[in-house]
Design a protein around this ligand. Sequence first.
Ligand SMILES: [Zn+2]
Length: 123
Amino acid sequence: MGKSKWTKKDLDEFKNYISDKRKKVIEEVDQAKQRAEDMLKNDSTNAIYSSHMADAGSDLVEMEKAYYFVQRESQFLKYLNRAIDMIEKGTFGICSGCQELISKERLMEVPHTRSCFACKSKR
Ligand SMILES: [Zn+2]
């Protein structure tokens, strides 16, 4: 009959899990940014116009990869922040469709989700 609630212990667990994940993502994003910057510094003046066009090309691909990685991870970071926000507001892990608790497995995959698998599939 709905109105299920997470225990404090469950919520603490989620919060730790998400915070850990967030820390890791922030580190990875920093590293990727650093990599891209290093590439720019080292290569922009000579490599692209050098005779080693193949190298310059693969550097560009690497840069692009780093760029998209940062984009994607930054988006993910926003989701993680939102999830933590939801934990604090008490709306975390509760389906907005049926008010039931969302399964832990699903929350570990998509912590910011607002609907359980059944409701998500219905839409
Ligand atoms: Zn639901």
